[in-house]
Design a protein around this ligand. Structure first.
Ligand code: C2E
Ligand code: MG
Ligand code: MG
Ligand code: MG
Length: 290
């Protein structure tokens, strides 16, 4: 790829500029990888928690755990960037393990603070590459046991690519997670190469409609059609639906009217640190009105 870029650049006489660009990119990738390796072994990552709201009742049903990394040298690195590097470098296995353990332990710390189990669940994101390389079944089993958390309080979020890569393997570990009483959510639904048959034959519980369809559905007719189609597909397959990217009240109300089960987005709350998420839950465990 880099060579091709240089070739094209040579032809157009911009070789230096391209070389610098490619070099800078490689340097950044390299420093992210080495700093990330240190961060993973030294506790330098954290999880942020974004509330999931039951759209019909206003209850907070759970939180999605989202990895955050504020590095002393690199500053705040967005998860899309460091997750990609983690996937390329193989660090995604330890990152994914850390996230599952950390999310389960955060829940047990909330329970301890509250004096009894919070009626919420935590969603943990899985990468297709992590799934291909690791035994996610025993990862979750151990993380739950270590934290003393019931499996029904944890949801695994995976993308369609995790199934497309190896459907037979996916079937095995998905059913294994169900044996742990966990729920399974299909993340970024609508953006991938959906194999609709797999929704029917695999133990999927939840479809998360991608933000790119939700956030503009009030202005963009095509997006609205996609959202309605996913909702009716889910209804006929007996799946629950979470809408991501709800940024204003009008969207929340529209999705409520359409019968969507759960919502997530800046309108309700941005991802928060563990302590703030707990305070938020205690103060507003039930939204009076959406
Ligand atoms: P995702 O799993 O689809 O997570 C939802 C993303 O949408 C989060 O971005 C969240 O902050 C953002 N979001 C939620 N509501 C709104 C809204 O109303 N408006 C807008 N503009 N954005 C909203 P974030 O935290 O930057 O994470 C990006 C992606 O990085 C995640 O997308 C997920 O694919 C990946 N990721 C994050 N943490 C992990 C992790 O622990 N493991 C793995 N494998 N991937 C992770
Ligand atoms: Mg997710
Ligand atoms: Mg998502
Ligand atoms: Mg998404």
């Amino acid at each position: 790829k880099a060579q091709a870029a240089v070739k094209i650049a040579k032809r157009s006489g911009k070789v230096e500029i391209y070389r610098n660009g490619v070099l800078k990119e490689a340097q950044r990738r390299f420093s992210i990888e080495s700093r990330l390796r240190d961060a993973l072994s030294q506790g330098g990552l954290s999880l942020a928690y974004q509330p999931l709201i039951h759209l019909q009742t206003g209850e907070i049903t759970g939180f999605e755990a989202l990895a955050r990394w504020n590095d002393a040298e690199l500053g705040n690195v967005p998860p899309t960037e460091f997750i990609a590097v983690a996937e390329e470098s193989g660090l995604i296995t330890s990152l994914g393990r850390w996230a599952a353990y950390e999310a389960a332990q955060a829940m047990s710390r909330w329970d301890a603070k509250y004096g009894q189990p919070l009626p919420v669940s935590v969603n943990v994101n899985l990468s297709a590459i992590q799934i291909a390389r690791d035994d996610v079944e025993s990862m979750f089993e151990e993380a739950l046991r270590y934290a003393g958390i019931a499996g029904q309080r944890m949801t695994a979020e995976l993308t369609e690519s995790a199934i497309v890569a190896d459907p037979d393997k996916a079937r095995k570990w998905l059913f294994a997670l169900k044996d742990l009483d966990m729920s399974i959510a299909m993340d970024d639904f609508g953006t991938g190469f959906s194999n609709l048959a797999s929704l029917h034959t695999l133990p999927i519980d939840i479809l998360k409609i991608d933000r790119s369809f939700v956030s503009s559905m009030l202005e963009d007719r095509d997006k609205a059609v996609i959202v309605r189609t996913i909702l009716s597909l889910a209804e006929s397959l007996n799946l629950k639906v979470t809408a991501e990217g709800i940024e204003n009240q009008a969207l929340a109300l529209q999705l409520q009217n359409l019968g969507c089960w759960q919502g997530q987005g800046y309108y309700f709350a941005k991802p928060m640190n563990e302590a703030d998420a707990f305070d938020y839950w205690r103060a507003r465990w039930n939204f009076e009105t959406i």
